[in-house]
Write a protein that binds this ligand. Structure first.
Ligand SMILES: *Cc1c(COP(=O)(O)O)cnc(C)c1O
Length: 236
């Protein structure tokens, strides 16, 4: 009888997450490979990212530019990083340099600033548009109708590749309460796609507490912090 390798907490949590994704996909009649799992590493050190990478994860998200500036160069180079926070105009340059995808584009000004920086680098910047589906005043993101109005301008920015929509559902004990929010994001995605005349394949929705419901409603990318890395240490 051999001895098994000790399993790290991140490894066992990742196994549980893969099962949760597979179960939700089975209920929804979806292929589990159609849901990308992002590790949200905010407030966690590069060593935690390294352990998740060892367990096969490649996609990570950060929500603060300052933190990302120190962390991303301390991790292996072959990872895909997305910015998932609220982007300020004075941080756009850093965001384009550090991140493959900027999720959470929520104004025309930020979109224009990203397009300008992408042009300077002779690149196309992939982005997601953040929507405040529930209309919570404390949240960033487009009002759905304002987004529809802004689409011609956004679609005209050649240096941006709009890949889809993202949202953060209001926090609730019962994840079922998030279902209408996720469903409305999917319906809005379909409307936007029709207006733009292009596919918007990415629906970034679902976090540790509500990922199953998000997957059942069509999420293609779940952003998972706590359920992968454990409770977030308070930043210094
Ligand atoms: C922190 C964060 C997450 C992850 O939240 P958990 O509940 O810890 O899974 C997902 N998305 C965004 C935008 C975040 O800021």
């Amino acid at each position: 009888m051999g001895y098994a390798e000790p399993v790290s907490e991140i490894e066992s949590r990742l196994l549980i997450l893969r099962e949760r994704i597979a179960d939700a996909c089975a209920r929804a009649g979806r292929d589990p490979s159609s849901v990308a799992l992002m590790g949200v590493s905010k407030n966690h050190p590069p060593a935690s990212v390294a352990e998740a990478v060892r367990c096969g994860l490649r996609l990570f998200g950060e929500n603060r530019i300052q933190e990302a500036k120190a962390k991303i160069p301390a991790c292996t180079a072959d990872l895909e990083w997305h910015f998932i926070g609220h982007l300020q105009s004075n941080k756009v340059r850093d965001a384009v340099d550090l991140f493959r995808v900027v999720q959470g584009v929520d104004t025309l000004d930020i979109a224009e600033a990203l397009a300008k920086q992408a042009a300077k680098r002779d690149r196309i910047q992939p982005v997601l548009l953040e929507v405040n589906v529930s209309g919570e005043p404390s949240k960033f993101g487009w009002d759905p109708e304002r987004l529809i109005e802004a689409l011609p301008s956004l679609g005209g920015m050649d240096r941006l590749a709009i890949r889809g929509l993202m949202t953060i559902a209001p926090y609730a004990e019962d994840p079922e309460l998030a279902r209408p929010v996720f469903r409305r994001l999917r319906e809005l995605r379909d409307r936007c796609s029709e207006r733009l005349g292009t596919a918007l394949p990415v629906l970034s929705m679902g976090m540790s507490g509500d990922m199953e419901v998000a997957i059942e409603e069509g999420s293609t990318l779940v952003r998972i912090g706590t359920a992968l890395f454990g409770d977030r240490p308070v930043p210094q």
